[in-house]
Design a protein around this ligand. Structure first.
Ligand code: FAD
Length: 305
């Protein structure tokens, strides 16, 4: 039985594990894929104190740091359900059939960007197709880009990027933008943004090396159009990895785990951290801070119970 079991091996989970192990409590990490989204990241330029690094390099450092301590890392293991027994001990069932028990749990299962699922998207991911404006915006300085998605995140991304890049084309699938009115007003006030509604992106175009444009269908006329671009920011949703928790603890309407300011969820002794939670901004430094905070929250809980 663990004192603290961390589910997820991204930056939030790794930070939580290090903080817990340093308290001398019996700590385990279950991860479907240790490293999480960071494994899929090419260049990272906003991990403070490290000017530039690459995802896999940072993951190696994360793993080495966790392995400095007596932490039981169970990689390539997927958690399928969580429940509390009559003594308040968490039971985590894994896809392998095993059940792990722990006095406290930190859920750090992260999130994934919803993809357009069109030809070229996967091929040019990281080579013009981007999902995170805070991360990759500066790479497109002075270039023409598109933002796909007219919800809050798409419109925020377009406003943010318009200050960095030469020109932004925002493509919205529906007849209207879905972002808050104040964001739309700001967007329409910008001289270097064009909004195209009723646009269904049908393919990402490239020259073999990097993105050169996209194709979309005007859903009203059925006509196909091409836009020449250096980058495409896909902003059609961030999906928290909480499918396995539905009905177990309180989730927001977007499926994110509701947490208080110490990472406590609606279940006693169960904490959560990073992209899987309602934390407003999804970034590596934020996830790490969040993991550390939830770990201290869980330790405090253990001391008192
Ligand atoms: P994740 O990194 O998503 O890790 C989740 C972990 O949980 C993984 O180990 C996963 O395998 C595991 N898991 C999921 N479900 C289960 C389950 N049921 N059972 C067991 N384990 C499970 N941020 C920056 O700050 N700078 C950047 O430059 C940057 N670039 C990015 C580029 C890309 C392409 C992407 C996708 C993201 C980028 N981000 C960047 C965002 C950053 O990667 C995330 O904010 C951060 O990784 C979140 O950390 P996390 O630990 O909360 O979740």
């Amino acid at each position: 039985q663990f004192d603290l079991l961390v589910i997820g091996g991204g930056p939030a989970g790794a930070a939580a594990a290090v903080y817990a192990a340093r308290k001398g409590i019996r700590t385990g990490v279950v991860a479907e894929r240790f490293g999480g989204q960071v494994l899929d990241t090419m260049s990272i330029e906003n991990f403070i104190s490290v000017q530039e690094t690459e995802g896999p390099k940072l993951v190696t450092a994360l793993e080495q740091h966790v392995k400095q301590y007596d932490v039981d890392i169970m990689n390539l293991q997927r958690a399928e359900s969580l429940s509390l027994d009559e003594n308040g001990i968490s039971q985590i069932r894994l896809a392998s059939g095993a059940t792990l028990k722990s006095k406290s749990v930190i859920i750090a299962t992260g999130a994934r960007w919803r993809e357009m699922n069109v030809p070229g998207e996967k091929e040019y991911r990281g080579r013009g197709v981007a999902y995170c404006p805070h991360c990759d915006g500066p790479l497109f300085k002075g270039k023409r880009i598109a933002v796909v998605g007219g919800g809050n995140s798409g419109v925020e991304a377009a406003i943010d990027l318009a200050g960095i890049v030469e020109h932004v084309t925002l493509l919205e699938f529906g007849a209207e933008l879905r972002a808050d009115a104040v964001l739309q007003k700001k967007l329409y006030s910008l001289p270097n943004v064009v909004v195209i509604k009723q646009a269904q992106t049908t393919s990402v175009l490239g020259d073999g090396q990097k993105v050169s444009g996209l194709q979309y269908t005007d859903r009203q006329t059925g006509e196909s159009h091409q836009v020449d671009l250096a980058g495409i920011f896909v902003q059609i949703g961030l999906l928290p990895n909480t499918d396995w928790l539905k009905g177990t603890l309180d989730l927001s309407k977007h499926g994110e785990i509701e947490v208080d300011n110490r990472g406590q969820t609606s279940l006693a002794g169960v904490f959560a951290a990073g992209d899987v939670t309602t934390v407003p901004f999804k970034q590596i430094v934020i996830a790490m801070g969040d993991g550390a905070k939830a770990s201290l929250g869980a330790f405090d809980h253990l001391m008192r119970s």
